[in-house]
Design a protein around this ligand. Structure first.
Ligand code: NDP
Length: 503
């Protein structure tokens, strides 16, 4: 949590309430200056070439592992998440992403030679598609994964040859600042990568002076970012909220499905854009599934993390989020839901919400419709898979979904009918670690995707080269126009394209 004073942003540990540090509150004039520095530094960064940039990323990868305790403790201190959540996501993803983009950027962005078969007029010409770094990219990140969602997007943007300005959430800026230190030690030229700390207005000012923006956060702010990007006429890529459904078929391995439901709804205290936020279970296995989930969730340990293996569920990172979680659970209880575990903010030190399993839920309740983003798993009985699919798709969001069935082919058939950018069969969230597989939302969950070939090309402009070598001085269609030639061209067009159907 942070509060702003004239001196800057005060960063707090949400698990203990202690003040960690004050960081600068960067204003619009300074934002402009920062972008100018990045513009000045960017040409030399491009000139370094892919191997030069990859070498720095590989050094950074090594640096993170050499400094793993420091990286994890920084993430844990400003988020109040568990040691394991910081290690298995923020740390593990970052080293993997540094390695992945260092290895693949050059191949993903190499010139493409296209065949000149589309028309006789272009036959024999050289057609080349280039991917040119766009210039200076703004990455605006949220507070749930300070390294994955903010810094992680900087890596492909940098490997493409751009200058990058990262604006982390005001709540969690310290991990991003550590990355500046890391890159400096790893030989990154000055000003290529910069972090500006500030509030929403700092992010808004940044959009006005960069060449592209990658934003992760709420759908509400995402819409503001898209509007600002439209005004600035720059591309924007948005990864927004989700309300990810899980479907449990009657033939599912229930032990596996229950473990997944408990883990992927409670890891990072449910503050994951791809959290399982609602579960639909076929009636014959509903009771057993609920019992299994309650047994796991009911035994989870919660509290301020004091090292590896000490707690399972960490803090609510952002103060106002606790109110959202409480509002959703209370709304459900008033409308007839039952809580089988939790359903309270935890008394005592820090900001925690008890791991909560809700049953007897339906789509009149906010907890089944809006992003809760907390340690809450509502489970709904459905008569069959058709009803589950209909309810899963009954959402303004479409980020991710998961399906559990022992018959993975049938699971895949169900997955294909779900309105979501990514669907996992017999797992959840793990697709995020398949960095060659695009990940992006449908509907109100976003625009564009991260990862895969598009996950780096989006930080480039394309340039099409049309190169003519030898050829006639005067093309047949050029001046002066002559009746005979005009007729001949029409005959040629009929010969080439005249076989289309008249019906
Ligand atoms: P926001 O979407 O408001 O903030 C995300 C980032 O955008 C932060 O860095 C924020 O800065 C910045 N920002 C805020 N306003 C603007 C603006 N006008 N222009 C540019 N940047 C801006 O998320 P919140 O932190 O308020 O969380 C709200 C909700 O978002 C949560 O309840 C949750 O549902 C969802 N969420 C989704 C995430 C995901 O991964 N998809 C991650 C986090 C939250 P600052 O923090 O300094 O205000």
């Amino acid at each position: 949590m942070s509060t702003s004073t004239r001196a800057g942003l005060v960063v707090e540990n949400p698990a203990s309430g202690t003040v960690l540090r004050t960081v600068p509150l960067v204003g619009p004039a300074q934002v402009l200056e920062t972008v100018r520095w990045a513009r000045a530094a960017q040409p030399a960064w491009v000139a370094l070439g892919f191997p030069g940039r990859a070498a720095i990323m590989r050094r950074a990868q090594r640096w993170i592992l050499d400094n793993a305790e420091r990286v994890i403790s920084t993430v844990v201190s400003e988020t109040g998440k568990t040691y394991e959540d910081a290690q298995s996501t923020d740390l593990a993803y970052t080293v993997q992403a540094l390695s992945f983009w260092a290895a693949h950027a050059e191949r993903y962005l190499e010139d493409e030679r296209l065949r000149s078969f589309s028309s006789p007029i272009v036959a024999g010409k050289r057609l080349v598609l280039r991917h040119v770094p766009i210039g200076v990219v703004a990455v605006i990140g949220p507070w749930n994964f300070p390294l994955v969602n903010g810094f992680g997007d900087c890596i492909p943007a940098l490997m493409a040859g751009n200058g990058v300005i990262l604006k982390p959430s005001e709540v969690t800026p310290l991990s991003s600042l550590l990355m500046v230190e890391m890159f400096a030690e790893c030989g990154m030229p000055r000003d290529v990568f910069q972090v500006i700390t500030g509030e929403g207005s700092t992010g808004a000012a940044l959009i006005n002076c960069v060449d592209a923006v990658m934003f992760t956060g709420s759908t509400r702010t995402g819409r503001l970012v898209a509007r600002a990007a439209a005004e600035a006429m720059i591309p924007c890529h948005l990864e927004l909220g989700g309300k990810d459904p899980m479907i449990v078929c009657a033939d599912a391995d229930l032990a596996k499905a229950a473990q997944a439901a408990a883990y992927y709804s409670m890891n990072n205290a449910g503050q994951v854009c791809t959290s399982i936020e609602r579960v639909y279970v076929e009636a014959p296995v509903y009771e057993e599934f609920v019992q299994r989930v309650v047994k796991i969730v009911g035994s989870l340990r919660q509290g301020p993390p004091t090292g590896p293996g000490t707690v399972d569920v960490g803090a609510v990172i952002f103060g106002p989020q606790l109110e959202i979680v409480e509002r959703h659970v209370n709304d459900a209880l008033v409308k007839g839901a039952r809580a089988l575990t939790g359903a309270h903010a935890r008394a005592g030190q820090g900001r925690f919400y008890e791991p909560t399993v809700l049953v007897d839920v339906d789509h009149t309740m906010d907890v089944m419709r809006e992003e809760t983003f907390g340690p809450v798993v509502p489970i709904m009985r459905v008569s069959d898979v058709e009803e589950a699919i209909r309810l899963a798709n009954d959402s303004p969001y479409g980020l991710q979904a998961s399906v559990f069935s022992r018959d993975s082919a049938r699971g895949e058939q169900i997955a294909r009918r779900l309105e979501a950018g990514s669907v996992c069969v017999n797992s959840a969230q793990l697709n995020y670690f398949a960095l060659n597989l695009p990940m992006g939302g449908w509907k109100a969950s976003g625009l564009g995707a991260r990862h895969g070939i598009g996950g780096i090309r989006k930080y480039c402009r394309t340039q099409s080269l049309f190169v003519s070598g030898f050829g006639p001085r005067r093309e047949l269609f050029m001046f002066p126009y002559r009746r005979r030639v005009t007729r001949m061209i029409l005959r040629g067009l009929r010969l080439l394209y005249g076989r289309g159907s008249r019906r």
